[in-house]
Design a protein around this ligand. Structure first.
Ligand code: HPA
Ligand code: ZN
Length: 326
């Protein structure tokens, strides 16, 4: 089979995915219209032309603007359902997705609308599409720790529906240490923890995520390569890194996919996984990320299969469920 068919057929996981980042322009215009809201772009084409970013912040500004038309529970349901049908076509079997409640509660959208809309779609996806799931609540790191504490309080009634807390948004100047106390509280409440670290921020932020936030996964983590002691630790602990090739390319974390340090990471025995981050904004879902990196680095089918298996290894699935894929 062709490499593209091989990628399509592989059972895959998605471990680094912001549900707000799956908001396709067509659906955005549709939901804006039914909510009597406007988007400051004439049409889908004009909006898509705005998707050109020099760094993380330029992307985040547009991403939050897009998310602002999500108001009702059904909006969150439709957003999540559209994502699930899309990845179902790509043979994704298990997803662990982020949602950013503060992006919505700061606009006075009730926490439960966000939570219930997303969760109902995930349950329907499991029943109708056979996609298993976990939900991760992410704190916005550009906001203060008090706001994160308030969000954690709101999540407590839904504890059984949220596997972990995470940390995303503007990384530089907002180190993991800023959220040490709220992560401590989340751990005491029984949540796992993960954090974006080392995307634009330095390797020190990865150390902080490990030592202060006690994460079980590092989201991105590219900058670990600056620090040989850190590489050694990540390899020894088999700490998963959720890499996002097309995101890194679009946000200028790397210049060219040909320079992507994936093989170097694999040589260091790091547990690396391939993910799509914000597929509606970065030009591709799982297949496109696998295909992009395969073309650029001339990966073999064996290497591609190993990456897909790493996704299951790095997931929060039970050992028994993982076994079925390994
Ligand atoms: N980094 C940080 N915050 C984000 C990202 C990302 O790649 N995507 C959505 N929020
Ligand atoms: Zn991300």
């Amino acid at each position: 089979t062709s490499i593209q068919a091989f990628i399509q057929d592989l059972p895959k996981t998605e471990l680094h995915l912001h549900i707000e980042g799956t908001f396709e322009p067509e659906l955005m215009f549709k939901i804006a219209k039914r909510n009597n809201l406007t988007i400051p772009y004439a049409d889908v084409d004009e909006l898509k032309r705005a998707y050109s970013f020099n760094n993380l912040q330029e992307f985040l500004d547009i991403y939050y603007a897009g998310a602002s038309v999500l108001i009702k529970e059904e909006d969150f349901y439709d957003l999540t359902w559209a994502y699930l049908t899309k990845v179902h076509e790509q043979n994704v079997k298990h997803v662990e997705i982020f949602f950013d409640p503060q992006t919505h509660t700061d606009r006075d959208v009730p926490f439960e609308f966000v939570m219930n809309g997303i969760y109902r779609a995930l349950e329907d996806g499991e029943k109708q599409l056979g996609i298993s799931f976990k939900l991760i609540m992410s704190f916005l790191r550009h906001l203060d720790e008090a706001s994160a504490f308030k969000t954690l309080e709101q999540a407590l009634p839904y504890k059984d529906k949220i596997v972990a807390v995470g940390l995303d948004s503007s990384e530089l100047g907002n180190p993991p240490s800023k959220f040490k106390k709220v992560f401590q509280k989340a751990l005491e409440e029984g949540f796992l923890t993960v954090a974006h670290a080392g995307e634009e921020g330095p390797s020190e932020y990865i150390w902080e995520a490990l030592d202060l936030l006690k994460v079980t996964r590092i989201d991105h983590g590219n900058r670990c390569l600056d620090d040989s002691k850190l590489i050694k630790r990540l390899a020894e602990e088999q700490m998963p890194l959720t890499l996002c090739p097309l995101s890194n390319l679009e946000l200028k974390v790397i210049k060219d996919l040909k320079e992507y340090p994936l093989l170097k990471m694999m040589e260091h025995n790091l547990l690396v996984t391939i993910n799509s981050d914000d597929p509606a904004y970065f030009g591709g879902y799982m297949n496109e990320n696998f295909w992009g990196i395969t073309k650029a680095l001339n990966l073999s089918k064996t290497q591609i299969a190993e990456l897909a298996k790493n996704g299951f290894k790095a997931s929060c699935l039970s050992d028994e469920k993982k076994e079925a894929y390994l």
